[in-house]
Design a protein around this ligand. Structure first.
Ligand SMILES: NC(=O)c1ccc[n+]([C@@H]2O[C@H](COP(=O)([O-])OP(=O)(O)OC[C@H]3O[C@@H](n4cnc5c(N)ncnc54)[C@H](O)[C@@H]3O)[C@@H](O)[C@H]2O)c1
Length: 332
């Protein structure tokens, strides 16, 4: 099988590429990424000489390049996105450009060449689950910030392309990922990096927000399972059911690093901050047999120790802006 992976130099996309070439060494992957925020070419060092791997630096909005690669591919998996909520609050424009117009551009190629399009979306499109049951795929989309609003817009575009043009597509909506190679501005790496420098660790709005965490390898295995067994036109929630408050995550990390809890600093809350994300993933389990394999505490411990051993990876990325305690106030 030939795959066009977009945004495969970022955190989840690179985990997908590394894992896919390990489990399906005969498959070929062309990875297109414009190497913007979240990307790091070091993420793919271990496969850079693999004969079945090719990297192209370009933007997903460049329809000509996308179309040329899509023509030769069987499946298109789109991870490319602007992904940091705090940046989207400070400057929404790149989020509209990549997450909406970029998805449109890739969809056009999927339509033109009749290829299966895997749209990698997020649980954040359902909005706040405070005091509600876990969201299923039938719930309405109620995004709360520019990031989730642009992802929800993309979900709707994909749905419309299936209904109007009959394109082959699958949408995945996954919960918060963690693991090695995650960009330093996200909660878990930022906590580890700030604590390792003995800097105060910011907790937005008291840290009572609940997120449902999944180890990145569980997510990419779910996507591979859906390429094989998913039904076109369907949407699948993906979670490992680890609902934990941000405060508890930060406390666990400080314990694992043997750092004092008084490094924690309460800072003002992110505007529009959702209190809880919660989704039900029964559908993918029933339809495909996929199940999360990684246990949360063990995976968190391995993630902490990866960052402790890989200063060379994060040092060049961890500048003052990236580690800022309230990034939505930064002029990105
Ligand atoms: N991180 C999470 O917890 C999470 C959870 C659910 C879904 N997702 C979704 O998974 C996908 C990947 O997330 P991630 O955490 O790996 O993000 P990331 O920020 O680490 O990586 C995004 C990648 O997309 C590339 N990119 C951005 N704009 C581009 C453009 N215009 N053209 C080409 N490439 C471009 C970047 O260079 C980067 O390599 C996103 O679509 C995100 O919405 C993320």
């Amino acid at each position: 099988m030939k795959l066009l992976v977009c945004g495969g130099v970022g955190f989840i996309g690179s985990a997908f590429v590394r894992n896919h070439l390990k489990i399906k060494p005969k498959d070929a992957i062309t990875n297109l990424d414009n190497l913007t925020i979240g990307s790091n070419i070091q993420n793919l060092k271990e496969i850079e000489n693999n004969q079945n791997y090719k990297f192209i630096k370009d933007d997903i909005r460049n329809q000509e390049t996308i179309s040329n690669i899509a023509k030769e591919s069987d499946v298109i998996v789109n991870f490319a996105a602007e992904t940091h909520v705090d940046r989207s609050i400070s400057n929404p424009k790149p989020f509209v450009e990549t997450n909406v117009l970029g998805t449109y551009s890739v969809l056009e190629s999927a339509r033109k060449h009749d290829k299966l399009f895997i749209h990698v979306s997020t649980d954040e499109i359902y909005g706040d689950a405070e005091n509600k049951e876990s969201f299923t795929e039938h719930d309405i989309l109620k995004p709360s910030n520019p990031y989730s609003a642009t992802k929800a817009s993309a979900d709707l575009l994909v749905e419309s392309y299936h209904r109007t043009y009959g394109i082959k597509c699958i949408t995945t909506r996954c919960t918060n990922n963690f693991g090695p190679f995650q960009f330093p501005e996200k909660l878990i790496p930022k906590t580890i990096i700030r604590a390792s420098k003995n800097l105060r660790v910011p907790l937005y709005g008291g840290g009572s927000q609940v997120r449902s965490w999944i180890y990145v390898l569980d997510h990419v295995e779910a996507i591979d399972t859906l390429i094989e067994k998913g039904k076109s036109g369907e949407t699948y929630n993906i979670t490992a059911w680890n609902e934990i408050t941000n405060r508890i995550i930060v406390e666990k990390i400080l314990n694992l690093m043997k750092k004092p809890q008084d490094l924690i600093e309460n800072v003002g809350d992110r505007p529009g901050h959702d209190k809880r994300y919660s989704i039900d993933a029964s559908k993918i389990i029933k339809a495909t047999g996929w199940k999360p394999r990684y246990q949360f505490d063990q995976a968190l411990q391995e993630t902490v120790s990866w960052y402790q051993k890989n200063h060379d990876w994060w040092e060049p990325l961890a500048d003052e802006k990236t580690l800022h305690p309230q990034p939505w106030t930064v002029n990105w």
